[in-house]
Every structure is written in structure tokens, then in C-alpha cells.
Design a protein around this ligand. Structure first.
Ligand code: GDD
Ligand code: MG
Length: 349
């Protein structure tokens, strides 16, 4: 039976104020929690059991996913009372796995949107008889990620998490946040303290000569860690640029929930998502944005590449670009917000 661990315990600090009450992996991208897209993709790849490694606001996941009945996959929860870091979370979640010894265990970061062929990665891990296979992608600016140079045979040479000096920028290949572990390798991670898989486990495996391979995949990849990335990820899903089994046959310039009321003169485009019971007034223009449930957008208001959270109210004639508006915030008529503005819950502008 193919099993996976999904790491969803991070605080999502860079997505505040959206993550004040909702953990990052539960924020809706294109109408579904990011985690839900990942579970659907794992299921498509033949995964039958998933352990969610939770810490920050653990209860929210269980309320939503239950034991996975609705999703056709068994879901189990490994809750950390104190965050154990990525490696500690993997070790903690592994105690709920059935797999043993040489079996593969798939591990995903919970905040990544990808078109990775998971089965192909497992196959490469198997063929190489690797201890760990890392999914890698190439990015223009690798500084915010784990740098993973490989040799001509695909063996990982080094793992360098978030380099701080220019000399360290030895490659544009980064850790894309999905790994195949041999089950027995996970059991070697210390269980009694926080461990970073990136800063501790991978470097140690490499120095002990374990077989760690890197598989570069140039398909769709996006880390949803920042508000702008989050809006882009949602728009890419809506437009079908990022793949998700949950949106098959429903992709296009906009995804509007049937309970939303959008005036026929409003222009909703660029992969915008409009949530349940939202109201959009006449001549509004909304591009590349995520509009959560119960939001009201007034007439003639323009919103671009922004996130408007549940129950927020934006009056008429506003200009909102590259902005995050938290739940229940109120924006008065004619307000123009500077790009990059964060409006907190219950705040008025
Ligand atoms: N259960 C649990 N407990 N999960 C955690 C913890 C923890 O203590 N800390 C982080 N996580 C989860 C996060 O929720 C996220 O899904 C994943 O682990 C990675 O943590 P992030 O905080 O998002 O890390 P990052 O984005 O800075 O860097 C990671 O992802 C990059 C790719 O997106 C690293 O793995 C980098 O090497 C990688 O390049
Ligand atoms: Mg991240």
C-alpha cells in the first residue's frame, strides 16, 4: 500500500493576516484548500493512506478532512504539541505508517503547487535503489529555497538550505518539496527533539554516503508562501496552468461559485476565483484575484492580483492592487491602496 506524509504544521507567517485563524495549507486556492488539491493529486498517483503532520491549528484539518471518507483516501493525523520542524514532523508522522523496511514513503511540503508526476518519481527512486529521492526544480532566484546541486548521474552532492552569501549560490536547482524516503531511513531521524530535514537530515545522509538522488522536473511548480504567490497559484489553477484533478473540465478565465452574485456588467478575468455568496457590483473589474466567501465588492471597483478574505467589504470606486485584505475588513468608497498593503481583520480604511 502506497503511503504519504503531508507536512502542514508551519505557521504561514509570511501570509499573515490570512493565516491568523486559518493555517496556510487550509487557505482556499481556486476554491479548495491547498491540501485538498495535494490529496487529490496523491490519490491520482495511487496513494491510499496519508498522514497529515500537523502542529499549528491542528484541529482545523481534522474538522475538514475527517478520516478521508469524502475524499476516497484514508487520512490519519499526527499532531505535534510543540512544532518538531520538518524532519521531526516526518519522524513523528511515521509512527502512524503501515509501511516498513525498504518500502517507499512519499513526503510533501503542504504549501507547494506542482505538476510533478509522483509515480515517475517513485519509479526513479526504485530504479536507482536510492535511500531518498528529492524532487528538484529550477528557479531564477534560488535564495529563498534549499539549493541541491547534483552530479552527472543525478546523485545529490550537497544540500544547502537558504544560502546567505553569493558564493553559496552554486546552482539554480532547488528542493521542490517532495521526497521519496526509504521507510527505514525515516526511522533514523531523532524522535525526541525538533529536527530540520533540510538543515540536518539531508546533510547528514550525504556525509554518511547514503544514496540520495535528485530528479529535476521542469513542469509547473510554485511555493505558495507569500500573498502574491498565493494569488498567482489560485489564478494558475483556475486557468488550468497548474493542474488539479479537482478542477478538471472547469478551467477558464474565472471560477465563480454558483451562489455568488456577480453583476452582468462586471469583468471577472485572469483566473479570478469568486467564493460562495460573494456579491460583485456593476462595472467592477477583477483580475487574477482570490475573492473569498461572503465578500462584497462595490460598483466600479478594480481589484488586481489581490486576496480578499471572508466577509470583507470593499465599497464603490476603489483601486486595489497586489493587496491582502483580511476577513471582515471594511474599505470605504474611492479608496486606493498602495501595492503591498496588508489590511488586518476588522480594520477600516
Ligand atoms: N508538522 C510540521 N511541523 N510541519 C512543518 C513544521 C513543523 O514544525 N515546520 C514546517 N512545516 C511544514 C510547512 O507547513 C510546510 O508545508 C513545509 O513544512 C515546509 O515548511 P516552510 O516553512 O513552508 O518552508 P520553506 O518554504 O521556507 O522551505 C521549504 O520549502 C522549499 C520549497 O517550497 C524547504 O523544504 C526548502 O528546502 C524548499 O526549497
Ligand atoms: Mg514553503
Amino acid at each position: 500500500m502506497l503511503e504519504a506524509i503531508l507536512l502542514v504544521g508551519g505557521q504561514g507567517t509570511r501570509l499573515r493576516p490570512l493565516t491568523i485563524s486559518t493555517p496556510k495549507p487550509m487557505l482556499p486556492v481556486a476554491g479548495y484548500a491547498c491540501t485538498e488539491h495535494q490529496i487529490a493529486r496523491a490519490k491520482e498517483a495511487g496513494v491510499e493512506r496519508i498522514v497529515l503532520g500537523t502542529s499549528y491549528r491542528a484541529e482545523v484539518f481534522e474538522e475538514y478532512f475527517g478520516h478521508g471518507e469524502k475524499f476516497g483516501i484514508e487520512i490519519i493525523y499526527a499532531v505535534e504539541s510543540e512544532p518538531l520542524g520538518t524532519g521531526g514532523a516526518i519522524r513523528n508522522a511515521a509512527s502512524h505508517l503501515i509501511s516498513s523496511g525498504e518500502d517507499p514513503v512519499i513526503v510533501f511540503n503542504g504549501d507547494v503547487l506542482t505538476g510533478l508526476d509522483i509515480s515517475a518519481l517513485v519509479q526513479k527512486w526504485r530504479t536507482a535503489d536510492a535511500d531518498v529521492a528529492l524532487y528538484l526544480t529550477r528557479v531564477e532566484d534560488p535564495r529563498a529555497y534549499g539549493l541541491v546541486p547534483t552530479d552527472a548521474d543525478g546523485r545529490v552532492i550537497e544540500f544547502r538550505e537558504k544560502p546567505t552569501t553569493p558564493e553559496e549560490l552554486v546552482t539554480d536547482q532547488i528542493n521542490a518539496g517532495c521526497y521519496i524516503f526509504k521507510r527505514s531511513v525515516i526511522d533514523q531521524i531523532p524522535s525526541d527533539r525538533p529536527v530540520s530535514v533540510e538543515r540536518e537530515t539531508f546533510p547528514e545522509l550525504l556525509s554518511s554516503n547514503a544514496k540520495v538522488i535528485g530528479v529535476v522536473d521542469d513542469g509547473y511548480w510554485l511555493d505558495l508562501g507569500t500573498p502574491l504567490a498565493f494569488a498567482k497559484g489560485s489564478a494558475d489553477l483556475v486557468r488550468g496552468i497548474a493542474p488539479s484533478p479537482l478542477l478538471k473540465g472547469r478551467t477558464g478565465e474565472a471560477l465563480i461559485e454558483p451562489t455568488a452574485k456577480v453583476d452582468s456588467s462586471a469583468l471577472i478575468t485572469g483566473g479570478t476565483y469568486i467564493g460562495h455568496h460573494a456579491i460583485v457590483g456593476a462595472n467592477a473589474i477583477i483580475t487574477g484575484s482570490v475573492i473569498f466567501a461572503d465578500v462584497e465588492v462595490g460598483t466600479d471597483t478594480q481589484i488586481k492580483n489581490s486576496i480578499v478574505s471572508t466577509g470583507a467589504n470593499i465599497s464603490s470606486g476603489c483601486e486595489i492592487v497586489d493587496t491582502v485584505i483580511a476577513e471582515r475588513a471594511q474599505i470605504g468608497a474611492g479608496v486606493k491602496l498602495e501595492p503591498g498593503t496588508l489590511v488586518f481583520p476588522d480594520e477600516s480604511r
